[in-house]
Design a binder for this molecule. Structure first.
Ligand code: ZN
Length: 325
């Protein structure tokens, strides 16, 4: 993933912060154990002393084999004793081992000269943070979604009320967010403006973010415009990598972009890359499924229509809210 310098530096800072925090956690644990188990403290002093003795013995030279073996045995016995003391006091065996957030790279950020996945993740999170900055993620939650704004009288064409349909959509989205994994299915939200597509997808975004996944939320026209600029070398950022790599991508308002032809291949690249990696996305559009097929190529539509289809029906909820006020 080729992210720009800004994200790289931010990720580096967080990695350093992580190491510093873990060092402090380690020191606090040591202090705690030394205080609770005085015998443990004595043994660790003894351990330090035998270490010093060992060094001076080797420095002295001559026939030291027997002395060294003696000290090494003493060392091992002491360590065994300390482990026993820890266990007896109810601590896990590795309680005083160095603390690492990522044991794979020991928080160094690299493994065998390559960037570790934890470092990629940090850069991705930094890119997502910037892209989400303009989205009102904290304003939309499941708790603030008002089902009572949707009429509960039976719609003759639908044979159910709008409220029942919305209740179903709401329940599905809430469960989706609660049980989200990076292998969840994709969702295609289709229906006219003002029926709650944005509110529900933002509510999913904020819940999934809370659970620690990386989420990018953005309007399709805006994100496509950003990527187009990058393709033409007008920016050194790599938004495409972030869109393709995040755990959940939410493309709002697909169809509102001008020049759909121009964006066709970019859009396909995003959707196809994610689908082939098994990563979920939520796409919302004012188009019906038949309108989608008119505006987008077959290969885009076949991907989108493989998602779970969620229809939003009824009258513009924002008009109803205004009337009620
Ligand atoms: Zn790592």
């Amino acid at each position: 993933m080729g992210f720009n310098e800004q994200f790289f530096n931010a990720a580096m800072d967080r990695l350093n912060q992580r190491r510093a925090n873990n060092r402090i956690i380690g020191e606090l644990r040591r202090d705690e154990v030394n205080e609770k188990i005085p015998e443990y403290r004595e043994l660790s002093q003894h351990l330090a002393e035998t270490g010093q003795k060992l060094v001076s013995l080797i420095m002295k030279g001559g026939d030291t084999a027997q002395g060294v073996a003696q000290l090494e045995k003493d060392n091992l016995d002491t360590q065994k004793c300390m482990t026993e003391l820890l266990k007896t006091a109810g601590y896990p065996e590795d309680y005083l081992k160095p603390v690492y957030t990522c044991p794979k790279c020991r928080d160094k950020g690299t493994v065998n000269g390559k960037w570790c996945s934890c470092f990629h993740r940090l850069m991705l999170e930094e890119a997502a943070k910037e892209l989400n900055e303009s989205s009102p993620l904290e304003l939309s939650s499941f708790e603030s979604f008002r089902l009572d704004y949707y009429p509960d009288k039976i719609d003759p064409a639908l044979h159910v009320s709008e409220r029942v349909i919305m209740q179903r959509n709401f329940d599905f989205c809430k469960e989706y967010a609660e049980n989200f994994t990076a292998k969840s299915e994709g969702i295609l939200m289709s229906g006219a403006t003002g029926l709650g597509k944005t509110h529900l997808s933002l509510a999913i975004a904020s819940r999934v973010l809370e659970k620690g996944y990386s989420v990018i939320y953005g309007s399709a026209p805006e994100l496509l415009r950003i990527i187009e600029r990058e393709y033409f070398g007008k920016s050194d950022k790599d938004t495409m990598s972030a869109l393709i790599g995040c755990d959940l991508l939410i493309l709002d308002d697909l169809g509102a972009e001008m020049e759909k032809q121009l964006y066709d291949s970019l859009l396909y690249e995003i959707i196809n890359s994610r689908v082939s990696r098994g990563l979920p996305m939520i796409v919302s559009t004012n188009y019906s499924t038949s309108e989608l097929t008119k505006h987008y190529s077959d290969k885009i539509c076949s991907r989108l229509l493989s998602f779970r289809l969620m229809a939003f029906v009824g009258s513009d909820i924002r008009r109803i809210i205004k009337k009620k006020k």
